[in-house]
Design a protein around this ligand. Structure first.
Ligand SMILES: NC(=O)c1ccc[n+]([C@@H]2O[C@H](COP(=O)([O-])OP(=O)(O)OC[C@H]3O[C@@H](n4cnc5c(N)ncnc54)[C@H](OP(=O)(O)O)[C@@H]3O)[C@@H](O)[C@H]2O)c1
Length: 346
């Protein structure tokens, strides 16, 4: 039985979510897929860095310490390395990259991924920054090194978009994409449709932990712009630049706009889309859009996400599911690890 060696880079909510799924399924993975694994390093800015290439690291213990907000360094092995030093000196087969999303230059995730690929590791990541900003470059590097690069949870968290496309829409040409890719703004719009003002809906989203103290990544649509960039490039073979996505957020919407839409049997949703224009160029955008009540996406409420994939074979395939949450995003990483294992044993 092959033992996969794993390294966690970034052990916050999502890294820990992935650890939970690995722990939960240890026996199942052995029985069903002949897969056993050993975690050989965990590196995180606050929780510290540990590496044990020979003995491995006790993952349940590491998870417990992280959940208690304690340092991991008492677990044994080499401590104190930087994230890059840890990646360069590990004997892991797969890096699980779950550091913060930086849509300015992709760091530190971009350097983590490049270093891992250059050191002959496969990579799974939930980090939108490197994939939105440097997809072509990273894909070329992965190909040249004959490595896998998977990023299921960068879009719609653990709801399987890329795995659905790869395994369920084989050979189909994607002609357009249209979706609700940001749960926070969809929650705010749902609350406004129920009568709340924008400010009150945003306040409630903050209280529930859906919106950050600075909500601009969501309400100004930077987050869904990154996601539609990733989708267009990965599913449509495009070369869309994140900075070129036409972007309009929801902060200018008033309760009157929402009411007027309802009077016309329509709803306003923040729609991210990508399709070919008449000149054959791919256009990607995120903007508040009036949808007739008859459209499926008009009925996606709360923090739910949904994506319609149109292809030449199957006209409209719609997938809906959670778009955030550590356990959900961790599940996307977990499924990517499993997908790599299945490809390795073919
Ligand atoms: N949470 C979700 O629902 C969700 C869903 C889908 C995708 N994602 C993406 O998944 C990634 C992780 O999200 P999260 O919610 O787990 O964030 P998080 O809880 O803030 O975890 C990120 C972790 O990475 C650590 N880190 C930062 N820089 C590092 C470095 N150079 N080396 C090693 N560790 C480093 C952070 O430490 P410090 O705290 O000390 O900086 C933190 O512990 C993000 O890119 C996010 O956009 C999140």
């Amino acid at each position: 039985m092959k033992e996969l060696k794993l390294i966690f880079v970034g052990f916050g909510i999502v890294g820990q979510g992935c650890a939970k799924h690995l722990i939960r399924t240890r026996q199942y993975l052995k029985e069903k897929f002949g897969l056993s694994y050993q975690v050989v390093a965990v590196t995180d800015t606050v929780k510290g860095s540990i590496q044990n290439n020979d003995q491995g690291i006790d993952l349940p213990k590491a998870l417990q310490l992280a959940q208690q907000g304690r340092k991991l360094e008492g677990l044994g092995g080499k401590v104190g390395l930087t994230s890059i030093e840890t990646i360069k000196t590990t004997n892991a087969d797969i890096m699980i990259e779950a550091t913060w999303t930086n849509l300015k230059d992709g760091e530190p995730g971009l350097s983590h991924i490049i270093t891992a690929l250059e050191n002959e590791m496969d990579v799974v990541t939930s980090n939108k920054g490197p994939i939105a900003l440097a997809f072509r470059k990273l894909l070329a590097l992965a190909k040249s090194r004959e490595r896998h690069l998977r990023f299921e949870s960068t879009v719609m968290s653990g709801t399987p978009v890329f795995n659905l496309h790869e395994f369920g829409l084989t050979s189909a040409k994607v002609t357009s994409l249209k979706g609700i890719l940001n749960g926070t703004t969809n929650y705010i719009l749902t609350e406004m449709a129920a009568g709340k003002s924008y400010d009150d809906a945003l306040k409630r989203a903050r209280e529930l932990g859906y919106a950050e103290a600075d909500p601009s990544g969501d309400v100004d649509a930077y987050d869904p712009a990154a996601k539609i960039t990733i989708l267009a490039n990965a599913l449509m073979g495009a070369d869309v630049k994140y900075a070129d996505v036409a972007r309009e957020g929801i902060s200018g919407l008033t309760i009157d706009d929402i009411r007027k839409a309802a009077q016309d049997s329509k709803r306003i949703k923040l729609i991210a889309s990508a399709s070919k224009a008449e000149n054959d160029e791919l256009e990607a955008s995120v903007r508040p859009t009036l949808l007739p009540d008859t459209e499926i996406l008009a009925h996606v409420t709360g923090v739910m996400n949904a994506l319609q994939i149109s292809t030449d074979v199957q006209p409209d395939v719609t997938i809906m599911g959670p778009g955030a949450g550590g356990d959900s995003a961790g599940y996307g990483l977990f499924n990517d690890i499993l997908a790599i294992h299945r490809m390795r044993i073919r």
